[in-house]
Design a protein around this ligand. Structure first.
Ligand code: NAD
Length: 488
């Protein structure tokens, strides 16, 4: 078997070609997928072009009428069968994902991959109860329905590849749409395994297509395609701008889940140990989490004690091989990302910031967990997303200042508040600009909640019915009462 068609990662065979119309399709060119764990080559992946993009859209278009007409119960059954397939191959998916993006194997096993299966089950079940009560207008019945929209292009990043992809794939398929999934080129492997699992679950050919490739090379052919009815994108702001411009040609509706620079507000009345735990948690996934509260804002009266406890706790974090169950922080995804992180930190230090923790690269593909103080609100390190294990610490003296600092970036994805006073929590959360706000907790998530960002953190919300609203054409059918014509 050609090395251009398959690879084996930790004993798991992965097809490195596209999946289009129920068949494996190879490109003549490939790109190299490397592991952040040790820089080893994981595989040569088909490097898609406009030709493969067009073929995938054509396959999705051809499969659409059949899938859209498939009864809801049957669509839901197949989605549950995909979830079964994910659960059956959970260990393989976890291992491959860890080799591909360097995130912790224990998180993949216990949190991420079970959530992948849940994504399918949740939207399968939700589909069956999706309904809007009929109502009447001068005796005429209004009936609201969610009609499938057509082929959807789903473009996803590398920091939680299969979880973020299936968060889109599941509702798009449940809604009766067909899909072209384009995973990130730094973590392309589990999307290919998903194609196998979906085919094994009986999903008809062409309903889910996976195209591999470099974003700027294959992107426009997907996002500017006139037969594409929805684009859902998770990634960075600059790419989102490009995609929005490309989609403008056909006014294709977009859902954008973008970056963040979220705050963690710690008030003097907070449980300090809890607040420190919440702050240190922001190093999870080596800081490559869109929701991460990377700006720690602490009430001045407790800042010294908070910093002391934070430093102690951060020093106990174990950085190392993500396959090791004892590891807390794994590598960063790619040498280019490491360079980017280091550039942010070096410029901040040159600008007067002080590294209380870290402030430099680690060995190999690792960056030392870092906490910077003495940072200005208008500085790059406070305003721009680093997407690495780099936090800043600033102080405030009252609620007004805390809220002003918290809201003073162009982002609005999430915010976390640590306080022992429920009335204060209510006052503060009402004033924060963020799609998700956590009080005395972090990363508690539920598919029944709307998810998305304000300002440059995104456009639209996904989750529960919000996903169906986006992936469907909503229709209102108004029917006259029997005999209405006779009576005028
Ligand atoms: P990115 O924007 O560089 O790439 C994301 C995807 O877009 C990749 O699949 C890439 O190939 C593709 N792409 C690149 N150029 C393209 C083009 N011209 N046309 C079409 N597609 C193109 O982002 P990234 O570095 O992979 O991911 C990190 C970013 O994602 C961070 O900003 C992070 O905050 C954000 N993110 C957001 C969420 C969320 O839910 N809000 C979740 C995870 C990550």
């Amino acid at each position: 078997m050609s090395e251009h068609h398959h690879t084996t990662v930790a004993g798991v065979a992965v097809d490195t070609r596209h999946w289009i119309g129920g068949e494996r399709v190879a490109s003549t060119e490939t790109f190299t997928d490397i592991s952040p764990i040790d820089g080893s080559t994981l595989g040569k992946i088909s490097r898609g072009t406009a030709m493969e993009a067009a073929a995938a859209v054509a396959a999705a278009k051809a499969a659409f009428p059949g899938w859209a007409a498939t009864p809801r119960a049957e669509r839901a059954r197949i989605l549950h069968a995909i979830a079964d397939g994910v659960e059956k191959r959970l260990e393989e998916l976890a291992v491959v994902e860890t080799h591909d993006n360097g995130a912790l194997l224990r998180s993949h096993r216990r949190g991420v991959m079970p959530r992948v299966a849940h994504n399918f089950r949740f939207f399968a079940d939700r589909l069956l109860t999706l309904d809007h009560e009929d109502f009447t207008t001068r005796g005429h019945t209004n009936r609201v329905t969610w009609d499938p929209a057509g082929p959807c292009v789903l473009i996803t990043p590398w920091n939680a590849p299969l979880m973020l992809a299936t968060w889109k794939v599941a509702p798009a398929l449940a809604a009766g749409n067909t899909v072209i999934l384009k995973p990130a080129e730094w973590s392309p492997l589990t999307a290919s395994l998903l194609a196998d699992i979906a085919a094994g679950a009986g999903l008809p050919a062409g309903v889910l297509n996976v195209v591999q490739g470099l974003g700027p090379e294959i992107g426009d052919a997907l996002t500017a395609h006139p037969d594409v009815r929805r684009i859902s994108f998770t990634g960075s702001v600059p790419t989102a701008r490009h995609i929005a411009a490309s989609a403008a040609a056909n006014l294709t509706p977009l859902s954008l889940e973008l970056g963040g620079k979220s705050p963690l507000l710690v008030f003097a009345d907070a449980d300090l140990d809890l607040a420190v735990d919440l702050a240190v948690e922001q190093y999870d996934n080596a800081g490559q989490v869109c929701l991460a509260a990377t700006r720690i804002l602490v009430e001045e009266s407790i800042a010294a004690e908070f910093t002391r406890r934070f430093t102690d706790k951060a020093a106990r974090l174990r950085q190392g091989d993500p396959r090791d169950e004892a590891t807390d922080i794994g590598p960063n995804i790619h040498p280019r990302q490491l360079e980017k992180i280091d550039g942010f930190v070096r410029r901040a230090l040159a600008d007067g910031a002080r590294a209380v923790v870290g402030g430099h690269r680690g060995e190999g593909q690792y960056y030392a967990p870092t906490l910077l103080t003495d940072v200005r609100q208008d500085s790059e390190i406070v305003q721009e997303e680093v997407f690495g294990p780099v936090l800043t610490l600033q102080t405030f003296t009252d609620e007004d200042e805390a809220v002003r600092l918290a809201n003073d970036t162009r982002f609005g994805l999430a915010a976390t508040v640590a306080t022992g006073d429920p009335a204060r929590a209510e006052r503060i959360t009402a004033r924060l600009v963020a799609g998700t706000v956590w009080v005395n907790c972090f990363f508690v998530r539920d598919l029944r909640a709307p998810f998305g960002g304000s300002r440059h953190s995104g456009v639209g919300r996904e989750g529960d019915t919000w996903s169906f609203d986006f992936y469907c054409d909503l229709k209102n059918t108004v029917t006259a009462p029997k005999g209405w014509q006779d009576h005028g």
